[in-house]
Design a protein around this ligand. Structure first.
Ligand SMILES: [Zn+2]
Length: 289
């Protein structure tokens, strides 16, 4: 289980969401058998999605992050709902790249930089909210920061980190989103910038045993922050036989008839949890009548 906190400054002008997502990234690594750099890329994207889910009002609301940068990892997806449950998918889970000059995993190289980050928020309205930006670096946190600045006009600092052990297990993972509400004074912005510039990386803080409250106190130093609430965050896939069947029915009669003629059962594998579902095309056709 991951742990997430929501915090606010004494004057109400600065909010922070922080999460320890190590268990979430461990589950993603277990399901998708990711290499080190794809664990980091998918882990950061899922951590970003679960942080963005902190403001969802209803359990069934959800936010989908879709990153396509043209790199060897291919498409990356993360979906988080109002219960802070998140699931993720990476098209090519095994990507091997040399470390960057600074010794870090080359997430931007795996994701690629020639593409987009799309954010789809389904809030139960008639149409989902969709925002899309060109990727800044493919390093994920910078791209999410740019998304907030461009699409939502909310000054935001996003920091994400995944530390992978040499044996590919996940040593630490987490992140935070710090946002300024409208009406902030210039002096407050300067102070926050100073705080953030002085912060160690997320992986350094978490692997040295810093808790989420300590991260909050450093990021919001001078703003008398307090924790509003805390919640659990976890890797959960909400797929079901019913939803899979609906997706198959949406293929339409012609396609299902073609499949029925081949005489074999359909096996559908969930891209988020690898669960397999079996259907007989003939039985599906009966339902279309
Ligand atoms: Zn599933």
């Amino acid at each position: 289980m991951g742990r997430m906190i929501r915090a606010i400054s004494e004057n109400g002008g600065v909010v922070l969401f922080a999460v320890d997502s190590a268990d979430i990234v461990r589950e993603a690594e277990r399901i998708h058998q990711t290499s080190a750099v794809t664990s980091a890329a998918l882990g950061r994207l899922m951590t970003g999605a679960v942080l963005m889910s902190a403001v969802l009002k209803r359990d069934e609301d959800n936010v989908t992050l879709r990153m396509e940068g043209g790199g060897p990892a291919g498409l990356l997806l993360a979906v988080a709902n109002g219960k802070n449950q998140v699931k993720g998918y990476v098209e090519n889970p095994v990507v091997e790249l040399p470390l960057r000059a600074d010794g870090k995993l080359d997430v931007g190289g795996a994701v690629g930089r020639a593409g987009t980050l799309s954010v789809v928020k389904d809030l139960g309205l008639k149409e989902p909210y969709v925002g899309q930006i060109p990727l800044v670096s493919g390093e994920v946190a910078e791209d999410i920061t740019a998304y907030y600045a461009t699409s939502e006009q909310i000054p935001t600092v996003c920091a994400l980190g995944v530390l992978v052990n040499p044996d590919l297990t996940i040593a630490a993972a987490g992140g935070y989103l710090l946002q300024l509400l409208p009406g902030a004074a210039d002096s407050e912005i300067v102070r926050l910038e100073q705080n953030i510039a002085a912060m160690p990386s997320v992986t350094k803080m978490l692997s040295e045993g810093m808790g989420l409250e300590e991260i909050m106190n450093r990021a919001m130093d001078g703003f008398d922050p307090h924790v509003l609430d805390e919640s659990r965050a976890a890797y959960v896939c909400d797929c079901s036989a019913e939803r899979t069947e609906r997706a198959l029915l949406s293929l339409g009669r012609q396609e299902l008839e073609n499949l029925a003629e081949q005489g074999e059962d359909l096996e559908v594998c969930c891209q988020f949890c690898d669960k397999k579902y079996h259907f007989a095309p003939g039985a599906l056709l009966v339902q279309l009548k």
